[in-house]
Every structure is written in structure tokens, then in C-alpha cells.
Design a protein around this ligand. Sequence first.
Ligand code: ADP
Ligand code: MG
Length: 624
Amino acid sequence: MKNNNFRPIVGIDLGTTNSAVAYIHNGKPEIIESQEGKRIIPSVVLIDLKGNIIVGEDARSGLVAMPDRSIAAVKRQMGSDKPISIAGQALLPEEASALIIKELKRHVDALYGEGEKEAVITVPAYFTDEQRRATKEAGELAGFAVERIINEPTAAALAYGLDHMDEDGVYLVYDLGGGTFDVSVVEMMNGLLEVKASTGNRQLGGEDFDWKVVDFLSEKIIGDAGVDPREDIRAKALLKDEAEKVKKQLSENTSVTVELPLVTVKDNKPVGISTEITREQFIALIDNQLQETIESIYAVLKDAGHSPQEIDEILLVGGSTRIPRVAELIRELFGKEPRTDVHPDEAVALGAAVQAGLKSGALSESGLVATDVAPFSMGIAVLKEWKGLTQRPGGFAPIIPRNTTIPVTRTEKFGTSAPGQTAVSIEIYQGEHEWVKHNHRLGEFLLEGIPENVNKQEEVDVTFRYNLNGILEVSAKCVSTGKEMSVVVQDALRRDSNESFQESVQRLENLWKNADADDIGDDEIGYADEDWKMIDDLLDEAALGKSDIDADYESGELTPTVLEEEAFQLRERALNLLDKIDESARNKVRMVIDLLEAAITENDVEQLEKAIDEATDALIDLEL
Ligand code: ADP
Ligand code: MG
């Protein structure tokens, strides 16, 4: 059966090292190959001397020859606003990632033809709010409507679960890739796939193992020739490349010879290396990191309330699980073999496609339903008793505890701390430590206009909403006045996100233009009409026309109260969503807009509150 209103939706695994895209075909997830028949592409971007943008295998070979013109492992910097320099330019991590996704989009376009497409993109479960947002933005910059951000181990479990719907059981997903490590406990029961607990490390993976080998080889060169090759950018790139090869060979062989006649130069003489490294030596180099992953397994089992014996299947995902020591450690811990029918490189993309299929309806008959959790606690900074004596600022009060099933909305009551206090600062953190300075700061906002009450505490309700994409919205309300303020967390940290998005669009536009100017018609670039159309559409969207309510509002005819202001902002967000969602959701959003407009026009407090509640609920599920 075919749906005529069909808008393709694909699943994307945007990896540190490799990326892939998949779709649902005849009820099964399948990888969409490149035109050259490649199933995964290296997540490497190269801007060559002519300004051409090259992504994937060819870019990877350029890493050693042109280290200053290429970017690898950009995912490790995702969410940072520090630009990365490439070929004399500065790109934000999401912009560089957009170039990778754009390459995957070409595979998709070759399959489906031109036209709008949606995507589900995966992120490590342990990614923060800003890392998730940056990922979503990368997808949008590449021209996808990003339908959902899902966690990588959950995706892997979905891919496996679809094939094993009838087998109830508890799985452990161990995902060790190039840059990140995630581990989740997942239960499958009558087609319901439920993530029970999830944890991980955002900075642990095969990249680190490579650098350990680089250090090992460098020490050898220092010992032999008295020069540190890591100080020479080209030598460092060469050793990194060699280190990865060595590491992979050691998954097959117990010892490998490294033979490089020219690594760097000293006193105009070539300095090389000739040595041997054994698997045992390599394992010793990375032992601490592997032990860390085992500790994470214990932590996640504890959170999920399972003993190792209760785990029915262990799914190994990610290229680094090919290191034989990994399976060995798993066997030691669980006393059983991990599954061998999970593809370490493809499972995540396939699972993202399964999520896409559940969303589009392509898999609705499968009966598979999935739920996920928030992998970390989220809360606010409060005064906290210290050593049983004084109240000190900087205590952490969790509002959503880790491993709560999402989406979730929780409210907690707090009180002002000083007599006569008229404002409170809501500082938002994620993490598990009782003091916020050890946790990850997400943002801050100020709730003002609290009545000056010298005799007792004023109560403040703080509400956290964490949506299916793992993105947080926080609001605070003064109970006695009903005054409320809310923020989408990322906006509290960054400069105006729309403005920065436009800047990104512009920067990519310039990159593509330069490439076109230098080498028109080169297939390798091929950023032509569709891109300009996308950019035009994005710019149009930003300059959307204004309606009557907007005009009244701007002319000052409506003097907004705080509630009205919020209703107005929600209405803006709802309007922005309208053309990005499907028909059924659109009706819901239209209804919400009507409610908000009626409430704004009436300026009735109760009506406004009700409309705001309804709208927030509807929007939180639909937008990132
Ligand atoms: P990501 O999801 O981070 O992109 P992948 O799952 O593609 O990562 O895994 C890439 C990592 O796996 C790289 O660090 C790569 O060197 C490593 N890797 C791939 N094959 C092997 C192997 N045979 N032995 C050891 N490591 C490997
Ligand atoms: Mg991966």
C-alpha cells in the first residue's frame, strides 16, 4: 500500500567517525547507499585548494596531506560555540556537521528525487541539551525537517527489537564508537520496548585509543631521535592515521609492526620509526578507559534494578566493540556471549529509520512501541545546609531525577530565602552531584516582581518539561501572584538562536558559492539549485508576514501583562510550527492558536493560563 501524501522520512546516524542514513523498505530498515555503493561515510570534511567541499572517504584521505584544510571528529565539539578553523575559515561544529548531513542527503535525494524530506537524527544518550540542539540545527542547515532527535543506544535497541518482537527479555546495549560511550538497559515486553536506564561518557571512544597509540609511538621517537613528532601538525596527523590502522590490525592480530621511514625532520634529516606493538601492550594503554565502561555498566544495572544474571542479551554497537578485549570483558561480567547479529556500524542508522517508520506510519502495523528516559537528573541551584551548620548557595535540587521516562513534566515548590526578596534567579543544571558546581550548567533566568513579603517566604513553583527530543523547558511561577516566566533552556544560554541560525545559513552559502565559482559543474560539489532554494526558503521564513494581533501588539495598543506576553510568544512559536508539521498536528496547533488569540483579546487571567497550559503541552511535543 502506498500513501499519496508521502513525505520521505529517513533515519540518520551522525557519528564522530562514520555517518549513515537508512529508510524503511518493505517493512524493514535498510541503509541508503551512496551512488558509489558506500553504506557508511567517514564523518570528515575537506575544503580543497580550489574551495571545493569534499565529504567522506576522499576527505579522509586528505586528512594527512592537508590537516589544516580538513575537519574530523567534529561531533566531539558539538554544542560548543567555539568555531573550528578549516582552510582559513571558521565553522561552528553544527555547520561542519551540516556539510556531512548534506552529503547523506545526496544519497537520499538520489533515491527519492528532489523535494522535502524529514529526518530522525541520533545522538549519544548522554548528550546535553545544547548538543542536541546543535545536532538538530545541523540537520536543518543541511535541508532536512528534523522530526526527532533520539538516543543512539535506543535506536540500536529498536533495530534489534523490530526483529525480535516476540522475545520478551532484558537487553543491555553497549555502544562504544569513535568519540562517545553509551550504555542502556532496555526491556522488551509484548512489543513494548522500554528504556529502563541509560548512562555514558561524552568523551570516551576509539579516538582516545588512537591518541594513546600516538603517544606510545611518539615516546618511542623521542627516545630514539630526541624530537617530539606531536609538535609538527603533519607528523601528528600521520601518526594518528597510523595509530588507527595499528589499532584495527590489533583486533585481528596479536602483534603489529610499525614501519614509517619519514615521520618528521630534525636538523634537516628525516626521522622515522620502526617498532612493534603487541595487542597486550595496546590493551594496557586503553585499560583504564575500558574499565570505565565496565563501571558504567554496573551503574546502569543498579539504576535499572537488574543484576548481570538478569540480562538476557547484550548488544554490542560501535566500531570500537571490534576490539576483542571488549567482548572478553562482557563475557567475564555476564557469563554469556554478546549477540553477533547486530551490525556494529549500521544498527544505529537502522534504528533511527525504525523510529522514522513508527512516526510516518510505515511501521505502524508492526505493533512496536518505544519509550525512552532522561539519562541525567535536571534541577536547580538552591541554598543547602553545609556540614550541618550554615545554609550555603550552590546546592542541587533535582526536579526530574535521572532515568525518568520521557516526555515528563514535574513541578516543585521552593521558597524565597531572604525577607523582602522580590526576585529569584532560577539556575538550571543537569547532573548527579549534590553541589551544582560539579554539574553541567544549562542556563539561568530571573523571576522578578515577587511581592515584598518580610514576614514569610513567598512560594515559587518551578516546572521542568523534558520532551521526547531530550530538550528541556523550564518555567517558574510566583504562587501568590500567578506571575510566571519560562525559558527554553538553550535560549537562556546562547545569543538569539534565530540570528545565529541565519549567520550559519550565510556562512554555508558563502562556502558553497566559492566552491561553485571555482569549479562549476564538478560533481563532487554539486551544491546547486536545491541549496539556493533551501536558503531562500529559510530566509523567507525568517521574514514572515505579520498579522493584526502582531500589529496591535507592536503599536502598543495591547499593553501586555506577563501572561499575555507569554501567550503571545507561544502563539509565535505555534505559528512558526504550522508549516513544519503534518496535517493532524496542524489542526491541533491551529486550535491552540485560536485559544491563545481569544485569551489575548479577552485578557482574562484564567483564560490566559488555560490557553498557555494547553499550548505549552501541545508545543513541547511538537517542537525541539
Ligand atoms: P561513531 O559512531 O563514533 O562514528 P563508529 O561506531 O563508526 O563510531 O566507530 C568508529 C570507531 O571504531 C573508530 O575509532 C574506529 O577506529 C574504531 N574501529 C573500527 N573498526 C575497528 C576495529 N576493527 N578494531 C578496533 N577499532 C575499530
Ligand atoms: Mg555511533
